[in-house]
Design a binder for this molecule. Structure first.
Ligand SMILES: Cc1cc2nc3c(=O)[nH]c(=O)nc-3n(C[C@H](O)[C@H](O)[C@H](O)COP(=O)(O)OP(=O)(O)OC[C@H]3O[C@@H](n4cnc5c(N)ncnc54)[C@H](O)[C@@H]3O)c2cc1C
Length: 433
């Protein structure tokens, strides 16, 4: 067993996104004095948050009751709202309408209402006149309203979490990409591109789109591939057509948040109205430092299957097999796709004009897929010696679940650190540095 001073920190977190930072925050709150180091390859934690990230605080209503996502989102949404309020971060609890635009959607809408109640969410069923009271420009046969859904300033949340971690005496190091992980009987050592080595009792792999690679660096087979899925978004300019968050009932083939036959609409905290995602195409790894170029045959196969399963009218978008990330981010949706989006959206918002739909920077989200190409739908958290790997965070659910997920991962990391001789600093006097 090593002495306390021989460790650079107690818990090392790779990845300063929402999952890594909320884990570090939870560690510093659960056991003040615990030394946490977060290594983030980008120049700031919010660097990868792209314009389309609307900061939706999702309710988890679509998720199965037994899922971790539903469990965490049920309480995490309110916690995130409180966190924003305490830290002066822009946020609004808008509520969310899920609308049946067609009579054929009604059974699925009722099933969603039932599921929402089972999750303990405040769900109200609405007829067409009641829909108009909340969203006067939205048309539908019926809807449900989940009053706890909201939006927040996503970059503000990341900055506040990083600030809290630093204020607690822990370290968030940016521009620090981990290139090697060495696991030893006493813990782990990670090396960054500048040659710095950080030794820790326990490691949390929260590397998002690269979590499968980081798992392999640590010598673990993740059992999934993380593939990048490009979501196309539009900004809806012109007259203000929505007040909050409006989603159609998901199609049976897309039961979870993500691509729907009709895109969702969201008013973000700065007033921008975002429409999407409207297509899912897979491409090269996202532009966060990794080598562009060809993906392995397996990844590409999985990407194709995922894209095919999740794509609706978005199939018109360019699929860029083997293209580098830069090309994926530059590619603009074609005019035919925009016309199709406007036509689909008019089933929900009849006043939408095609000319008011302006494509915005596409977002690339990480989707873990099993070996047979099936997408992972829930959080995927795996443990290995001295290590917790977070291999999948469901799309849309990151902000609603962040605080409870951070606590769950912190709990597991502390248990692993204890196995390497760590004791909570408050209990063992003189332990804290
Ligand atoms: C367009 C778009 C819109 C979205 N909108 C919403 C929304 O409204 N609400 C919501 O809740 N979710 C939304 N999401 C999803 C959400 O952004 C993701 O689920 C969330 O960012 C995942 O968090 P993470 O911490 O797991 O991964 P990431 O945010 O990707 O963080 C992982 C971090 O690890 C770092 N990293 C990777 N490898 C290394 C390494 N070797 N060394 C050091 N650092 C490394 C990366 O630089 C990155 O910063 C959206 C996603 C997209 C693409």
């Amino acid at each position: 067993m090593r002495t306390h001073a021989e460790y650079d920190c107690d818990v090392l977190v790779i990845g300063g996104g929402i999952v890594g930072l909320s884990t570090a925050y939870a560690l510093t709150r659960a056991a003040p004095g615990t030394r946490v180091t977060v290594l983030e390859e980008a120049s700031s934690p919010a660097h990868h948050l792209t314009r389309p990230d609307g900061g939706l605080i999702h309710s988890g209503v679509h998720q199965r009751r037994s899922s971790l996502t539903a469990r965490f989102a049920a309480r995490g949404g309110g916690e995130m709202t409180d966190f924003c309020a305490r830290h002066g971060i822009a946020h609004t609890v808008t509520g969310k309408l899920i609308v049946a635009t067609d009579r054929a959607d009604l059974p699925r809408l009722h099933a969603l209402a039932q599921r929402g109640r089972e999750h303990g969410l405040p769900v109200r069923e609405l007829g067409p006149a009641q829909i108009a009271r909340y969203e006067p420009r939205v048309r539908g046969q019926a809807a449900i309203r989940v009053s706890t859904t909201g939006v927040c300033d996503a970059a503000g949340v990341l900055a506040a979490l990083a600030g809290e971690v630093s204020a607690a005496g822990s370290v968030v190091r940016c521009a620090a990409r981990v290139t090697a992980v060495d696991r030893r009987p006493w813990g782990v050592a990670a090396r960054t591109t500048d040659g710095t080595v950080v030794r820790a009792r326990a490691l949390v792999n929260a590397a998002g789109p690269r979590s499968d690679r980081v798992a392999r660096l640590a010598g673990d087979e993740p059992g999934v591939r993380v593939v990048p899925v490009r979501d196309t978004y539009y900004e809806l300019r012109g007259p203000a057509l929505v007040r909050g968050v409006v989603h159609p009932v998901p199609a049976p083939e897309h039961p979870y948040a993500g691509v729907r036959p009709i895109p969702g609409v969201l008013r973000s905290v700065d007033g921008t109205v975002l429409v999407g995602p409207v297509g899912a195409t897979a491409s090269g790894r996202p532009a966060n430092g990794g080598p562009p170029g060809l993906l392995s045959a397996l990844t590409r196969q999985a990407s194709w299957r995922t894209a095919r399963r999740r794509g609706g009218y978005g199939r018109g978008d360019a699929h860029l097999p083997g293209a580098g990330p830069e090309r994926a981010e530059r590619a603009a949706p074609d005019p035919a796709a925009r016309a199709a989006v406007a036509a689909a959206l008019r089933r929900l918002l009849p006043d939408v004009r095609e000319a008011d739909l302006c494509p915005v920077h596409p977002g690339v989200r990480a989707q873990a897929v099993h070996g047979d190409g099936t997408p992972v739908e829930d959080f995927l958290i795996r443990e290995a010696p001295h290590t917790v790997h977070v291999l999948h965070t469901p799309a849309d659910a990151a902000f609603a679940t962040a605080l409870p997920v951070g606590r769950e991962i912190a709990r597991r990391a502390m248990a692993l650190a204890q196995g390497a001789g760590w004791r909570p600093p408050a209990v063992e006097s003189g332990h804290c540095v």
